[in-house]
Design a protein around this ligand. Structure first.
Ligand code: HT7
Ligand code: ZN
Length: 881
């Protein structure tokens, strides 16, 4: 397959001004009539019109009214080219496609009898021939025609300008989008759906219509999405002075969807998972996900739609920025400092769990990649989450006001344009009179920088020096890395845990500041703090001010001091994670040395006491305590090891959980009862935090439960008034290895008709360390299982391969065969989903030789298939390279 390089970008030869689309919708045979007006691009010397087209049949083509014959154009499996076209062209193109056969869920497809589209990144070319690239922006008018009884609702982007009945029971609707947009933002829906709608008044006094469309029977699950939409609109007005620019904004939920949601102009299409919620079916995490994704897609209206990407290498321009915006939105919605810190800790966990491993693996790429085979493989945690960290660093360096100035300038300069990451950086720099030249390396260099800190205290001169140095390991195509511009937020703690006022030599900081952002720009730099009366404990990288690994030789005492006192909650949590990680690594080594046995393991009382202190400190938010008590995940532990031994990690971590559960039994039971949330369910952060802590207590008590503890879980399951508590009880039971058959059966029967809950039912079994590959195969035989629905495939298969490491890496390699078999099967149905599954083997080279050999065999088995998609081929060949 062909690799596409960023350096090869050329402007389009022709620009498109208007697009008129006519759809005669039939599941088997949809006719698409497309009339586009094109004109030569003065910025290009080329005169060929190149249109993309994939899996569609050309019926007829006219240029400036003239029917074109086969000799007038070149047509292959991917493009239609008209050589030496005149400067002004009207093309009329008629094509055919078969939506019901389209299992890729890209382009126009049928889900549960309804029509939907998904065009990002390159799906529009599966609908009609078009220059399907984001720098071609045009105005669209869309006429939809379909059978009225089967598809009573006809939606597209922008405003509804006409609708009516046709012969033969068909009807039509005409939509017009007043804004220029790239083709990836086109959408249509033709369906039997119902909606919750509301008129909402914008800050400027305009009334807009908001709608959330779902299948009948789900109208009792749309309130939270609607509320989140209204909150998002308000938030963007207040925080960035950005208003909704349309008269109508629609969200439509669909059960078959490759990702979370899609920001099509005025017609956001969502995976049901991020729309539907009521207390009976959705957990606190689901509610938080809905708020974040509704916000994310809404915020794209400015960061992505009004200002879009010049080419797909710039994807993080819209995605990193929009993730940052949705993160800030979620934090502001909680509104408290600890709430903000809790969201920040969650972000750090995601980075460590998924982005750091990606950055160190075979698919490692810069935030702005230099090349790709299949763009769909680059909707990654690096582009999204690391991209958001890069945006966050502007705010850390420039301050909130400075960041806002940069945003204002960005929109002033680029509204209506398709631009590059460099344009965003230039707006930030110019609005603040700063040179951010070196900051560019965050976009161009892959890999996670490692910042090493050393300190020295001079009691006579009362100086405390922090010496920071940085390095970054080589990654594909990038042997030597240049120093990054890294903001390192630092505070110093005195002996009683108080923040010391800081005086940085040469720094210009407010008198009495207790956190200062050091700017590390060289390979090594010394930062000197003056007037320091005692040797302090440094709190480095507060609020996780940069996406780096921080190395500092903390003593246990220093970590315990930070864990008890740091005023920065992120670093307070981090100290606990370091204490736990040191022990987990030692225990893992001991298990491995003892041939897998945990017989002689010990956990020191100091650590247990520190855990006890946090658990019982009721001055701390429950949400924070919960995070402080969760041990680093098996994946994060694995990332710290040179040779990964998944079984030893699991045994060591389980030992630690069991020991904590036994030692703190009394306190865990007390906190379990103290953090009940009686009364009506509410997903607010305070209540969700209490439930999280309570359910963590339960999970500790259930590592090796006695009868009373088992009963506690069973009662919670039976009496729970919401899905958070019900599913937490069931998960605790499954993980404990207790006989759960009747409970699982009962859960399934209660929710058989709720697809999203059935997904949970598969997921919780797949991720349990008690579930082996044979059990997964058995679950696949369940009548509710299908590979065709991405949510369902993910719930069982992905949860097994990605969230159940001790079983996925079973010594006999049987789960690797299972993986290979399903990558191949899925690839024939949906390459995007298959390629995501393929990534489960990314880190295969880090395992012990016996496992490595089996993983390699499985990879080679997939690679040997004759008909692989580019999506899977790219992932597998990079893994094997
Ligand atoms: N911009 C969207 C990314 C996307 C996507 C969404 C649904 C299905 C396939 C997709 N390919 C790319 C989602 C977002 O980041 O908001
Ligand atoms: Zn996005």
């Amino acid at each position: 397959p062909q690799t596409i390089f960023r350096k090869d970008y050329t402007p389009p030869a022709f620009l498109v001004d208007t697009v008129e689309l006519g759809f005669d919708l039939h599941p088997e045979r949809t006719i698409v009539a497309n009339r586009i007006t094109l004109r030569q691009n003065p910025a290009s010397k080329r005169r060929d019109i190149v249109l993309h087209g994939e899996d569609i049949e050309l019926v007829q083509l006219r240029m400036n009214g003239q029917l074109l014959g086969k000799d007038d154009y070149l047509l292959d499996h991917a493009t239609l080219t008209i050589k030496k076209a005149p400067a002004q062209v009207v093309l009329e193109i008629e094509t055919l496609c078969a939506p019901v056969q389209n299992t890729t869920l890209s382009g126009l497809y049928v889900s549960n009898g309804n029509f939907f589209t998904q065009c990002e990144a390159e799906g529009f070319r599966r609908i009609t021939f078009f220059p399907d690239r984001p720098d071609v922006m045009a105005k669209y008018t869309v006429m939809l025609r379909a059978d009225k009884a089967s598809y009573p609702v006809l939606l597209s982007n922008g405003n509804l300008i006409e609708q009516g009945d046709l012969d033969d029971g068909r009807h039509y609707a005409k939509w017009e989008d007043p804004f220029k947009k790239p083709s990836y933002l086109f959408a249509l829906v033709a369906a039997r759906l119902v909606c919750q709608e509301e008129t909402f008044t914008l800050a400027d006094g305009r009334d807009v219509l908001l709608q959330v469309w779902v299948e009948e029977g789900n109208l009792d699950k749309t309130d939270y999405a609607m509320q989140s939409l209204k909150n998002s609109i308000r938030w963007d007005e207040e925080r960035f002075n950005l208003e909704l620019d349309l008269d109508r904004f629609m969200i439509v939920a669909v059960g078959d969807f490759n990702m979370g949601a899609m920001e099509n102009k005025g017609l956001n299409i969502f995976n049901t998972k991020f729309v539907l919620a009521n207390p009976r079916t959705a957990t606190d995490i689901d509610y938080a996900g809905i708020e974040a994704v509704v916000g994310h897609e809404y915020f794209h209206n400015w960061t992505g739609n009004r200002v879009t990407c010049r080419d797909w290498f710039q994807l993080s321009l819209k995605e990193g920025l929009t993730v940052f915006r949705d993160q800030e939105f979620s934090a502001d919605m909680i509104g408290t400092d600890t709430g903000r810190a809790v969201t920040r800790i969650d972000q750090v966990r995601t980075l460590r769990q998924a982005q750091f491993p990606e950055d160190a693996g075979p698919m490692s790429h810069p935030v702005r990649p230099d090349s790709f085979v299949e763009i769909n493989n680059f909707y990654t945690v690096t582009v999204y989450e690391k991209g958001a960290e890069v945006v966050r660093m502007y705010q850390t360096l420039l301050g909130r006001d400075g960041f806002r100035k940069g945003m204002d300038l960005y929109f002033k300069r680029h509204d209506g344009q398709a631009v590059e990451c460099d344009d965003f950086r230039a707006a930030m720099a110019d609005a603040n009179g700063r040179d951010l030249g070196q900051f560019e390396r965050w976009y161009s260099q892959a890999g996670t920088p490692v910042v090493t800190a050393r300190t020295r205290y001079d009691a006579v001169k009362r100086n405390f020096d922090i010496i920071l140095s940085q390095r970054c390991a080589p990654s594909a195509g990038q042997q030597d890395k240049l120093p990054f511009h890294i903001p390192v937020a630092v505070g110093l703690l005195g002996a009683s845990g108080q923040d010391l006022p800081l005086t940085l030599e040469g720094g210009k900081h407010a008198k009495g500041a207790t956190t200062i952002v050091l700017e590390l720009t060289e390979q090594e730099q010394i930062f000197r703090f003056r007037n320091v009366d005692e040797r302090p404990t440094p709190s480095i990288l507060r609020d996780f001010s940069a996406p780096v690994v921080l190395e500092y030789d903390y003593t246990d005492d220093e970590l315990l001091h930070l864990f008890s006192h740091d005023s920065d909650p992120v670093n307070r949590w981090e100290a606990g994670q370091r204490l736990a990680m040191e022990r987990l690594l030692k225990l893992t080594a001991q298990v491995a040395a003892a041939g897998g046995s945990d017989a002689n393991l010990k956990l020191d009382p100091t650590f247990i006491n520190a855990q006890r202190a946090v658990l019982t400190d009721e001055t701390l938010d429950a949400a924070f305590r919960e995070l402080a008590l969760i041990l680093p995940s098996e994946t994060i532990i694995a990332e710290q090891m040179d040779v990964v031994d998944p079984q030893a990690i699991h045994t060591a971590r389980q030992f630690m959980r069991r020991t904590i559960g036994a030692a703190l039994k009394e306190e865990l039971i007390a906190q379990y009862h103290a953090n009940q949330t009686p009364g009506d369910y509410s997903p607010d952060a305070l209540s969700a935090g209490k439930r999280a802590l309570k359910n963590l207590c339960l999970s500790y008590l259930m590592v090796a439960p006695d009868m009373a503890e088992l009963k506690l879980a069973q009662q919670q399951f039976e009496k729970a008034g919401n899905m958070t508590d019900r599913s937490a009880a069931l998960v605790a039971m499954i993980h404990s290895g207790a006989a759960t058959g009747p409970y699982l059966q009962n859960f399934y029967e209660d929710f058989e008709g709720e697809a999203l809950v059935v997904d949970k039912w598969f997921a919780m079994q797949a991720a349990a360390p008690t579930t082996n590959v044979a059990a997964v195969r058995q679950l696949m035989a369940h009548p509710a299982f299908t590979l065709k629905n991405p949510n369902r495939a993910r719930s069982l298969i992905f949860n097994f391969t990605n969230a159940n490491p001790s079983q996925f890496h079973a010594a006999d390699g049987s789960a690797y065969d299972f993986w290979a078999e399903h990558v191949i099967k899925l690839d024939a149905i949906n390459p995007q989903v298959a390629a995501r599954l393929a990534r489960a083997m990314d880190r295969w080279r880090r395992y012990a030789p016996a496992l490595q050999a089996k993983m390699k065999q499985a990879l080679e088995k997939v690679a040997a298939r004759a008909k692989l998609s580019n999506d899977v081929l790219e992932v597998i060949s990079k893994a094997l390279a």
